[in-house]
Design a binder for this molecule. Structure first.
Ligand SMILES: [Zn+2]
Length: 307
């Protein structure tokens, strides 16, 4: 690239800064989407991530290291469950913000909200399934949101991050007993507690090209209203709508124990990539990730009180 004289370079810098303030899609804003894209790519590089796989363990280690760089402490919560393929050991990864490290009471403090996604990918015997948008991209978006939140520690400390294991069924189809292993276990941990979080936000399939989010019909009304309000304020309302039916996903066990949880989920049934090998990195768009990150960040600004 030819070099510019210093004065011209400075002027360019001023113009770029000015235009970033005026345009909603300048490079600076989409850098959050780009960062989440890089996290998605890193998670996919480990290969398919079914429960108890080495790749899933490596993905969890990547999340732990990345979160630690921004003051988030993690805990691996291991449990076993019977599945159509016998007993499997699952691990939920939970994180809280604590820039000064783990403390004895860190995990007993009440939190205002939960931000969660599943990290496992569905097991297929007949194809390589990476689950780029189902749901590596959601975990990646949470890493980027966590980095942003860490700049406001008082807010970050009101949130618990959760990366569920075993969202996908081990057999071909969801049943009452096969699927949602991690979120069912996580919800049962909260059931016994008096001070539950006031809300949950679940991200699932939120980074695909031509972003199309369709929340379930049984979404908590105030959280759905807030989603549409902030999406409008961000100029992104065309990407978000409400579907006519409920969806069985990780929000269901949380709603069942009275933690109202919104599933911000892609319109997967309308795609040609859901649960097949097309759900790879080519399916992911930094701009879509950026849209989701900005909208969820704006929701959290509304939901987490300023101390
Ligand atoms: Zn899936």
């Amino acid at each position: 690239m030819p070099r510019l004289p210093l004065a011209a370079a400075l002027l360019c810098g001023v113009l770029i800064t000015l235009s970033c303030g005026l345009l909603s899609h300048c490079g600076k804003q989409s850098s959050r989407g780009q960062a989440a894209y890089v996290h998605t790519e890193a998670i996919l590089a480990f290969g398919p991530r079914p429960p108890a796989s080495e790749a899933l363990g490596k993905a969890r280690a990547y999340l732990t290291t990345t979160l630690a760089q921004n003051g988030w402490v993690t805990q691996e919560r291991e449990f076993t469950a019977f599945t159509p393929k016998g007993q499997i050991t699952f691990v939920n990864l939970v994180a809280r913000h604590s820039p000064h490290g783990d403390s004895s009471d860190l995990w007993n403090k009440p939190v205002t909200g939960i931000l969660c996604a599943h990290l496992d990918s569905k097991l297929f015997d007949d194809q390589i399934f990476l689950g780029a948008d189902d749901a590596a991209s959601a975990a990646a978006a949470i890493l980027e949101l966590a980095a942003g939140l860490s700049k406001s520690p008082a807010r970050a400390q009101q949130l618990e991050l959760v990366f569920f294991d075993g969202e996908e069924s081990i057999g071909p189809q969801f049943t009452d007993r096969d699927g949602l292993y991690g979120s069912r276990r996580y919800a049962s941990d909260w059931r016994r507690q008096d001070l539950k979080p006031k809300f949950g936000l679940l991200l699932d399939m939120i980074g695909h090209k031509n972003l199309s989010i369709k929340i379930p019909s049984d979404s908590p009304e105030d959280l759905a209203d807030l989603l549409f309000r902030v999406a409008r304020a961000e100029g992104e309302e065309n990407h978000f709508r409400k579907g006519p039916t409920p969806i069985l996903d990780d929000h269901v066990p949380l709603n069942a124990i009275s933690i109202p949880t919104l599933n911000i989920v892609g319109d997967f049934a309308a795609t040609n990539w859901w649960h097949n090998s097309r759900d790879n990195l080519d399916n992911i768009s930094p701009d879509s990730l950026d849209t989701t990150i900005r909208v969820v960040h704006a929701m959290l600004d509304n939901l987490l009180p300023t101390p």
